[in-house]
Structure formats: structure tokens, C-alpha cells
Write a protein that binds this ligand. Structure first.
Ligand SMILES: Nc1ncnc2c1ncn2[C@@H]1O[C@H](COP(=O)(O)OP(=O)(O)OP(=O)(O)O)[C@@H](O)[C@H]1O
Ligand SMILES: [Mg+2]
Length: 268
């Protein structure tokens, strides 16, 4: 805490092409927990649904410059930062403009590298942030590919249900392809089990399979199903301030601690 940051911010994309698995909940609450542990974090909302922006209390009227401007119009990331209520946390918001970005990117020169070139200037100043999290849409479209091409690692929330592992295999293949052709330093940060329900047999089975196949890449911390986590976004707050004593907050704090402990220690 209080130590001068020397490395450029680490870029972590929160990704799973399956919808509703806890990407945005994880992006918001892991970011917020890391800030409470003394880190400076920027969350980039890369989903036209804008759930991360809403969940951190940024109304549509306050989304003047968005991730669309950064990605497509080369607006400096710094100019698009909006401060959150929690000091040390910023968001680059999004709105429905972003839904046309996929097509625009497809016809442009920097089809998969637009975001990494937009980020370059921000990354050149190590004082700006410790982490940049990118919250992806539920798709392996060009937005997601741009995020992964610009990232140091991918963090995958996985809801332990039927077909979860099939989706994960497809995602891991995509990550491998991106590593081959566009970003050889991309790593898998890890897989986080979300909406974990101990009483459900399927949860246990999926967890066992995931741990058997991916070993230490699956975070030990699991995120339980907790109603407070689903309520917090409607108040525009992370769980840390909305319900500090909830099981959801305790889990995301543990995840943040585990995340920090693993930095530098693990790679796939
Ligand atoms: N651990 C949890 N306990 C209870 N509800 C949760 C939990 N995690 C997420 N939710 C709720 O589940 C829904 C989906 O979560 P979230 O929006 O984080 O998923 P997502 O993967 O970002 O979805 P999308 O693919 O649409 O972007 C939301 O209503 C959210 O509040
Ligand atoms: Mg989402």
C-alpha cells in the first residue's frame, strides 16, 4: 500500500462467450476489492449492454466519452475515464453505440489490434493504474478478440452447470489461436467458479472436472450464489459498499487476495 507502482498496468480481460455467467459481477467486484487492498484499477466496459457502467453508478447522461470512442475513434483512454465513488477505481463506460463497433472494426485496418493500439499510450505510464479489467460481451466477436489481443491475461468466470465445460474448451482454443497469431504473451489468469451452490450435485461434478483438467488455473476461491450480489448493481454500488458483511463480499475479497498472491507465481 502506498508503494509507487513501477510496472505498467496489467490488462486482464474478463471473458466467457456464454451469457449471464457472472462476468460483469466479477469484473466490478474483483476490481473494487483490489482497490480496497490498495491497488488502482480501471474497468473498461466492452459490452454494449453497459452493465458494468450502470453497476458502478454511471448513468447514461454521464457516458459522454465511451469505450466506443476509445476503440473506434482513437480517443485517449485517459480522457474517457469516469471516477467511481470508491477512490482509486475508474471506469471507461459504454453504451449502445458499441454495438456497431464490431462491423466498423471488421471493415477497418486494425481489425483485431485497434484496442491494443488505443491502449498503448496509457500503458506507457506506469503510474496510471495497477490493473485494467475489460468486461466483455457474451460473444467471441471482434470486441472480445480486440480485448484479448490487448491483454496480458484472460480471467474466465464459469457458472458450474451443464455445458459449461464445452463452452470453456471453445474459449481456450480461441485463446490459443490468439496467442499464435496476434498476442503470444496472452495467458490464462484463471477460471473462477461463480454462482456456486454446494447443494447442487452438478456444481460438484463440474468443479471436479474443471479442477482435474485445469489444476491450479481454477481459483480455490469460489463465489457463492448470493442475492446481495444481484441487488448491488441497481444501487450503482459494488458489493463492498452495498453489503460488506455478505457472503458475496467476503468471497470477492478472498478472490482479490488470491489473485494478488498468484501474480507472478503461475502461468499456464
Ligand atoms: N454470485 C452471484 N449470486 C447471485 N446472483 C449473481 C451472482 N453473480 C451474478 N449474479 C446475477 O446473475 C446475473 C448475470 O450476472 P452477470 O451480469 O454478472 O453475468 P454476465 O456474464 O456479465 O452476463 P452477460 O453475458 O449478459 O454480460 C445478474 O443478474 C447478476 O446480478
Ligand atoms: Mg456482463
Amino acid at each position: 500500500m502506498g508503494k509507487e507502482t513501477v510496472k505498467p498496468p496489467k490488462v486482464v480481460t474478463v471473458v466467457n462467450q456464454k451469457g449471464g455467467v457472472g462476468k460483469t459481477t466479477t469484473a466490478i467486484n474483483l476490481a473494487s476489492s483490489l482497490v480496497s487492498l490498495g491497488k488502482k484499477v480501471v474497468l473498461v466496459d466492452f459490452d454494449p449492454q453497459g452493465n458494468a457502467s450502470t453497476g458502478l453508478g454511471v448513468g447514461l447522461e454521464d457516458r459522454t466519452l465511451t469505450s466506443y470512442d476509445v476503440l473506434v475513434d482513437k480517443c485517449p483512454l485517459k480522457d474517457a475515464l469516469v471516477s467511481c465513488r470508491q477512490e482509486g477505481l475508474w471506469i471507461v463506460p459504454s453504451n449502445s453505440d458499441l454495438s456497431s463497433a464490431d462491423l466498423t472494426l471488421a471493415g477497418g485496418k486494425e481489425k483485431v489490434t485497434a484496442f491494443s493500439s488505443s491502449l498503448a499510450e496509457f500503458l506507457s505510464d506506469p503510474k496510471e493504474a495497477d490493473y485494467i479489467f475489460v468486461d466483455c460481451p457474451p460473444s467471441l466477436n471482434l470486441l472480445t478478440i480486440n480485448a484479448l489481443v490487448a491483454s496480458d491475461s484472460a480471467l474466465v468466470p464459469l457458472q458450474p452447470e451443464f455445458f459449461a465445460l464445452e463452452g470453456l474448451s471453445q474459449l481456450l482454443l480461441t485463446i490459443r489461436d490468439i496467442r499464435k497469431v496476434a498476442n503470444e504473451s496472452l495467458r490464462l489468469e484463471g477460471v473462477v467458479l461463480t454462482m456456486y451452490d454446494r447443494r447442487n450435485n452438478l456444481t460438484g461434478q463440474v468443479e471436479e472436472d474443471a479442477r482435474k483438467n485445469l489444476g491450479q488455473l481454477v481459483f480455490e476461491t469460489v463465489i457463492p450464489r448470493n442475492v446481495k450480489l444481484s441487488e448491488a448493481p441497481s444501487y450503482g454500488e459494488p458489493i463492498l459498499s452495498y453489503s460488506p458483511s455478505s457472503s458475496g463480499n467476503k468471497a470477492y475479497m478472498m478472490l482479490a487476495e488470491e489473485f494478488l498472491k498468484r501474480q507472478g507465481g503461475l502461468s499456464d
